[in-house]
Write a protein that binds this ligand. Sequence first.
Ligand SMILES: Cc1cc2nc3c(=O)[nH]c(=O)nc-3n(C[C@H](O)[C@H](O)[C@H](O)COP(=O)(O)OP(=O)(O)OC[C@H]3O[C@@H](n4cnc5c(N)ncnc54)[C@H](O)[C@@H]3O)c2cc1C
Length: 392
Amino acid sequence: MLLAAFPPVICQSNIDMTVDFCVIGGGIAGLTIARALARGGARVALVERGEAGTGAGFVAAGMLAPLVEARLEERDVVGFGYEALRYYRTFIDELEGETGRGVGYRDEGTLIVATDRDQAGLLRHHFEEQQQLGLPVQWMNGYECRVQEPCLAPGIPGGIFSPEDRQLDNRALLAALRTFCLRHPCVSLVEHAADVRIEAPGEVRVGESVIGAERIVLATGAHADLLGPWAPRLARTIRPVKGQILRLDGSAMPLLSHVVRTPEVYLVPKANGALVVGASSEDRGFDESITAGALYELLRAAWECLPGIYELPVLETRAGFRPATPDHAPLLGEVGAHRLVLAMGYYRHGILFSPYAASLLAAWMLGGERSRWLDTFSPERFHETHAERSLT
Ligand SMILES: Cc1cc2nc3c(=O)[nH]c(=O)nc-3n(C[C@H](O)[C@H](O)[C@H](O)COP(=O)(O)OP(=O)(O)OC[C@H]3O[C@@H](n4cnc5c(N)ncnc54)[C@H](O)[C@@H]3O)c2cc1C
């Protein structure tokens, strides 16, 4: 069904309203939750301090890769990611039907290759871990890797093929979700909202205006300042992990069809010809600078496995902030008794996790149906003291 109504984006002044849910943060997490709640018939205000769809999700590479990144020590994250991947097809079929916009979903799979013998040893170990987890991956020798991707460097000794990992155009996805929110009669999208505060349980102040809600959903990515007054210890567990990333123009000379990774870099070919090369992982707070060192390391590692990139024009360089928690797992669910729900901490898998997490949170908030994942990823695992809980 194509959505027909077009309520306007509400400007900053005079936006007093009462809704069922106020979602703060218009990134991939907030947009998917606003959509899931509105589809369930709830009235939703989505409050974003910039333009919706321009957070870390815009910077990201768009990989849906729970399998190839799987680690034994992150079993829950792998299990959740695998379910999230299976949910994706339904989600994008519905979203494309609702908005008429494509999201560039691709299913060629991921190849993770070694560029030397040391890396081959590392990948062998990684492959054994994936087998212990029972994941559908297979080992390929260098020849088999180059049959899959003929432009790979001739010396590649081997790698892991993960046929079930997927990817999409994350920017097209964000644009489709924003379109959904703009058009849906149950969503009020408030953009460029300066000075957003949670004044009291169920009360969000935007400048001089007040939005009253049954529940507030906090989806502000790596920015935990609004959580600070309500759960200071929990707020301190969320930290930004900076990622620098490049887009090269591969439209004149497509070099890859699969997502290709090495232990140092990933290369993600997009339907529009862009080749995304990422990404650094840095603990530097909210430092947005693009550094020569990070770009050099990414391009060197990319060139070692795919020498043809040497000639490609650089389209763009960017930095974004992954919202990380101490156990690299998301924070999903209620905090204390403040009618405050978190959808945060998606770390390096926010594009993958968001639609599924949104569906689980909406099913619980609208109908009381509680998935076991909401217990596994409850924010309460990072205990608040009694004094912190009873701040209100
Ligand atoms: C370089 C890089 C590559 C990545 N690649 C992938 C990938 O391939 N696959 C994948 O699954 N994930 C990937 N990720 C991770 C993914 O981008 C994040 O996990 C995801 O974007 C988190 O979504 P979010 O909505 O929680 O945060 P964000 O996308 O950052 O959105 C948060 C939003 O909240 C808004 N906001 C913040 N504070 C306030 C406030 N006080 N008031 C109002 N609004 C506020 C922000 O403006 C922003 O729009 C990557 C991340 C990076 C940095």
